[in-house]
Design a binder for this molecule. Sequence first.
Ligand SMILES: C[S@@+](CC[C@H](N)C(=O)[O-])C[C@H]1O[C@@H](n2cnc3c(N)ncnc32)[C@H](O)[C@@H]1O
Length: 258
Amino acid sequence: MVQENLSTSAKIGANAMTTNVYEIVAQHINGVRNMHPHVSDHDGWLHRYINLIRHPNYQLVNGLDAFSQGQLLSKAWLCDAISTQNLKLGNIWLLAGWIGTLSYMLLERREQFGIDRIRSFDIDPLCADLADIYNKKDVIDDWRFKALTMDVNDIFYDNFVWQGKKSDGTLSFPRSETANTVINSSCDHMGGNAVWWDKIPAGKLVMLQNNDWYENDQHNNSVNNLAEFERMYPMNELLYKGQLELPLYTRFMLIGRK
Ligand SMILES: C[S@@+](CC[C@H](N)C(=O)[O-])C[C@H]1O[C@@H](n2cnc3c(N)ncnc32)[C@H](O)[C@@H]1O
């Protein structure tokens, strides 16, 4: 009897594991399919994707979610708006850059968008290596892309001096750089702390996204609508505002000069 019980629970365990594996595989297939339209070099991209998902930090930062349809549609929406406005971005400070999916999409259109360099700041120390792996082709090109572990409330936008971790693990010489464009597509995660926003000099080109997904327990600064978002981050010159309806929530976007 005991033996029967054990083998039954073992079978249930095996079934649960199989279901879980199928779910994970299905999520990866969806992720690859969602990213496909935004990639030019598919072989190179797949190689980097596999390196990314093999990394032990990947699951810890919920990497699969970065390739969900809602996430990638939101980032593609930002790229389309930049294209429609014919904006040239120069040096980009990407705030709360996570594992670097938006950077990748922007750098795919580097010449069109006039991008010089991207610095991706995230407070989570698990993110930087992942973002560098995913954007490796631009990391190895004299750090056109570099991810840094920092609280965005501690950064500056003009003559900001920073040191990045080199591939041998040591720190680089200090570099001083100035942002031409500031992007924060994670305003929903800013916890009501506006230090990062207050420090952005007037006139700087800024691109922001937020959403009304209050039910997500990681969100601590969502907004009810676009008007509330506009009041939260007032611009001197608003170039674009809009909203995108997604299955779980509405996403809001503002582009302008602060
Ligand atoms: C998980 S992503 C979610 C992305 C966002 N919902 C979006 O759609 O683009 C949010 C990221 O913000 C980062 N983050 C939160 N507060 C931060 C801060 N003060 N400075 C830097 N990064 C921060 C987190 O570590 C996380 O990687």
